[in-house]
Design a protein around this ligand. Structure first.
Ligand code: ATP
Length: 421
């Protein structure tokens, strides 16, 4: 039970925060939606006045048809200097760099005074992935999500896509875990908590800081070796996938040397898990970082293919011949792992799904329109499946005109997935 003095202090602090938010254009609600080591996260509402002055905020909230945001308030008095000087600026700069991907939580703005820092974030109101796995496991009376749902969250809707986006803009997350993956109302997954993220630039430079939850940590970090942040993120991704399909972490030990022993032994899968899913997890859980599957290979792995097959069955599309194909980037990847190519879809077939909506200009000069623009009845499942084939990054092949997983396409001011026109 809180003492009345403590309660009064908390109320006074809260009222100060309400005023500070109002001064910056936000109505802070008393609904606390989460807390971290030195922070509290509240539901808040953007005022019309604020939206007028913040184009990031207004364009995003207009699309969402509401004015709700999450405000993370970090107490400078409670946070150690390292946190406020190092981790907080990292979080802001990483979120600015990853703006704007549909599966990475958006940072709309920050403001601070000597006592507190405020981060105004996109709201992801459906809790985190860990809670989701536990709820579904209880409902099913069976640990873990169905593979179909895990596939949807992992790839089709989105985790691989979010991580690929971060890596493409030179950010390694370094703390990928189920608790840092939030879900929002429309079912989209949002990667968050970039406090440990590091900007590697686009080079594969080696890092040395240990900074994450042991259960998700790659063996090279546990062994205190210099490590490649992208490859370490890949290890964490496979731990997340294992947690999704099995309802538990593959390696659980507090002592690093015991963890390493378990890692060498390899994961133990639950009965009934498909061979394809086991194969993907094993392909990522390689002790040697270079032996791990790359993100392109993950997206093209045969466990992922049912989503693409769905598209083919709707479109009647024929996968591109593999040999000598110039436009399939899988051939350039570095793994010893047998690579499954992502079949390509021809633009003519895609055009039959499209009706007019103002095309967006891409940096490559191609006219694009959002997948959501596909209006035809029956096209939605094709759109879903197509979205999954492009999940690593939305892209277009200009030369031979198929869409495939090949390279990043940056689309000015517009997040999401696109069809070539
Ligand atoms: N954008 C958001 N939308 C909804 N809830 C959020 C959002 N951001 C954070 N939360 C909630 O607040 C909690 C704490 O946020 P966050 O993880 O960013 O804080 P932290 O200080 O980095 O935490 P930790 O100390 O655990 O690393 C999250 O677990 C989540 O439940």
């Amino acid at each position: 039970m809180k003492s009345s003095g403590r309660l009064k202090l908390e109320q006074r602090t809260f009222m100060e925060q309400v005023h500070e938010c109002l001064d910056n254009g936000y109505l802070l609600s008393s609904k606390k939606i989460g807390s971290g080591a030195f922070s509290k996260v509240y539901l808040a509402y953007a005022t019309q006045e604020r939206m007028k002055h913040n184009p990031k905020l207004s364009s995003d909230l207009r699309n969402k048809h509401h004015t709700m945001v999450a405000i993370k308030i970090v107490s400078m008095a409670k946070a150690p200097e390292e946190f406020s000087q190092k981790f907080l600026p990292r979080e802001s700069s990483s979120l600015n760099a990853t703006y704007k991907h549909v599966n990475v939580v958006q940072l709309y703005e920050t403001y601070q005074n000597s006592q507190r820092s405020y981060l105004v974030l996109e709201l992801a109101a459906r809790g985190d992935l860990l809670e989701h796995i536990n709820t579904v496991s209880d409902q099913r009376c069976c640990p873990g999500l169905e593979e179909e749902e895990a596939r949807r969250l992992f790839w089709q809707w989105q985790l691989v896509s979010a991580v690929a986006h971060c890596h493409n803009v030179g950010i390694v997350h370094r703390d990928l875990k189920c608790e840092n993956i939030l879900l929002e109302d429309q079912g989209f997954l949002k990667l968050t908590d970039f406090g440990f993220a590091n900007c590697t630039g686009l080079k594969n430079s080696l890092l040395s800081t240990f900074c994450r939850s042991v259960a998700y940590t790659a063996p090279e970090i546990l062994m205190s070796k210099k490590y490649n942040g992208k490859q370490a993120d890949l290890w964490s991704l496979s731990i997340i996938l294992h947690a999704m399909v099995s309802g538990k972490l593959p390696f659980k030990e507090h002592q690093p040397h015991r963890m390493l022993h378990l890692m060498r032994r390899g994961p133990i899968f639950k009965p009934g898990l498909s061979p394809e899913c086991r194969d993907l997890i094993r392909g990522l859980l390689q002790l040697h970082p270079h032996a791990r599957l790359g993100l392109q290979q993950v997206a093209a792995h045969h466990w992922m293919l049912p989503a693409a097959q769905e598209l083919f069955s709707v479109l009647g599309a024929v996968p591109e011949p593999q040999a000598g194909s110039q436009d399939n980037t899988e051939s350039g990847t570095d793994s010893m792992y047998p690579c499954t190519r992502t079949p390509c879809i021809h633009v003519q077939q895609l055009q039959s799904l499209q009706q007019s909506k103002t095309p967006k200009e891409s940096t490559s000069g191609l006219a694009l329109r959002p997948l959501e623009a596909c209006p035809r009845q029956g096209a939605s499942s094709a759109c879903q499946a197509l979205r999954s084939t492009m999940a690593v990054s939305p892209l277009v092949c200009a030369t031979r005109q198929p869409l495939s997983l090949c390279s990043t396409l940056t689309i000015r001011n517009m997040p999401g997935h696109y069809l070539a026109n």
